[in-house]
Ligand binder design. Structure first.
Ligand code: SF4
Ligand code: F3S
Length: 104
């Protein structure tokens, strides 16, 4: 599966949802997650993210993000259409420590 990682938090560009052939993105307040059981591993979303937040879970060190995606895809609502990103999205690109403060 592919997973959404910390770089999405507070950037939330939502370009990713438009290209997913199985509509498996789910939306929290500050980030999106991918439902691992629904993702068909096509990889189409990865280059679409301006924040480079989407990674295959085969990359090392992404265990935490797989857990986060798995857990929150169960309860967050599905999102299939792009929407406006936060006005300050650009300022949050690449910032560290977003998970601890702003995950939701
Ligand atoms: Fe959707 Fe493909 Fe991305 Fe999985 S890898 S979330 S199926 S676009
Ligand atoms: Fe997040 Fe990138 Fe999608 S910032 S909402 S994973 S396009």
């Amino acid at each position: 599966t592919y997973v959404v990682t910390e770089a999405c938090i507070k950037c939330k560009y939502t370009d990713c949802v438009e290209v997913c052939p199985v509509d498996c993105f789910y939306e929290g307040e500050n980030m999106l997650v991918i439902h691992p059981d629904e993702c068909i591993d096509c990889g189409v979303c990865e280059p679409e993210c301006p924040a480079d937040a989407i990674k295959p879970d085969t990359e090392p060190g992404l265990e935490k993000w797989l857990e986060v995606n798995t857990e929150y895809a169960k309860s967050w609502p599905n999102i299939t259409q792009k929407k406006d990103s936060p006005e300050d999205a650009k300022e949050w690109e690449g910032k560290e420590g977003k998970f601890e403060k702003y995950f939701s």
